[in-house]
Design a protein around this ligand. Sequence first.
Ligand code: SF4
Length: 234
Amino acid sequence: MNNPIKVGGVETFSTVDFPDKIAAVVFMQGCPWQCPFCHNAFLQKTLTEDNFIWDNFIKFLQNRRGILDGVVFSGGEPLMQNGLASAIKEVKNMGFLIGLHTGGYRPKHFVDILSLVDWVGFDIKAPFVEEKYKKAIGGISHLKEVQESLALLVKSKVDFECRTTCDPRLLTIDDIYNIADELKTYGVKKYFLQKYRPVANDKISTDEDCDKFFLDKNLIAYLQQTFQIFDVRR
Ligand code: SF4
């Protein structure tokens, strides 16, 4: 492979990371954001330069043709890495479908990657309001990039879903209504709400706080009306 990639770990068998597919998942190192609800904070920094995990993963895949449908590139933020396209091509040439999890922070890279992938899970962290988005991703101003990436994704016709982790420290029920309305204007058809599981340093969120989004019948009915496919992941 020409461009090395930095991998933090792999999951060799997953039924939940690529809809209707059995997949392996590659967790890429590095993320430009610091979402307060991140459970993969150990992947935020880019640490190693070597390809040890990647090379072994490719060897593993050689024996998984016919067993796995695809490979998901997750993170961290996969778009951080310039070697992503060649890594995807290497796996694609082995006959696997390609999934990508991203927050869409780097549209100029995303547009090249889109032609290589079969499905995208696109994270929406907050309503498209500068201060809210900035807070949800750890104080970084990247809303314009996210919006540009979402527009590219819709235009690309690649199958995708949008999803939001409902951290009650960051989001209100009104915020979810606002996200839904915004996504509709972009032409998003599939949307999922994901339950937030408190991170270790969150001493304030209660079970009730985390569940309130899913127990609000009006909100759930609104989301069901707004999207062709909507569901919750708790
Ligand atoms: S984008 Fe994902 S990996 Fe990066 S900080 Fe947020 S939750 Fe963690």
